[in-house]
Design a protein around this ligand. Sequence first.
Ligand code: 3PG
Length: 214
Amino acid sequence: MSSIEQKQQAIEAAMRLAPVIPVVVIHDLQAAVPMARALVAGGTPAIEVTLRTPVALDAIRAIAAEVEGATVGAGTVLGVADLHAAQAAGARFAVSPGSSPRLLDAADDSVLPLLPGVATASEAMALLERGYRHLKFFPAVPAGGAKLLAAWASPLPQLRFCPTGGIGLSSAPEFLALSNVLCVGGSWLTPADKLAAGDWAGIERLAREAAVLR
Ligand code: 3PG
């Protein structure tokens, strides 16, 4: 078992790899490795594969085994079984849209660092009590956007965020300019049409644009 502090350091390292963590919904397992290679080549090596499709765990397994330089995580981790499956597949971190006491208890007993989502100060405080200093802010734009995160910086100075949800290339900079933001998450780097077409060069271009946002 790793301590919460060791896991916080690991999640911080993943959050600092690039200004953007691509959030991926993958339907075709064959796309996983070339997509991840394109994201790494473009400069966004921390990749969140959401557990929303039947092939997601196999995609994580393939990326972890075959893509040098990638730090692959599992997203949409909703419960204990998801957390355990993500770890078994080789994920290096887990992301959840919110948190539950059972999920947090399981994360305490797991080596896998968890980045749990929050949308209120009370949720953030509850996680701080459990040792979490790195949080996802979700859904970032509907929940209050950069203004809300800026307002948390003074009363909650220990916390660092990965805002995700509704952010794109043009709105990412206002989040990345905040002192309490290490990176943002977003699905715009891996659009469904480019994934379906196997447009890896196009995905690499989107990653390159994102990689220099800060
Ligand atoms: C999601 O819910 O898929 C993630 O939060 C990404 O959101 P986005 O599609 O708005 O980038």
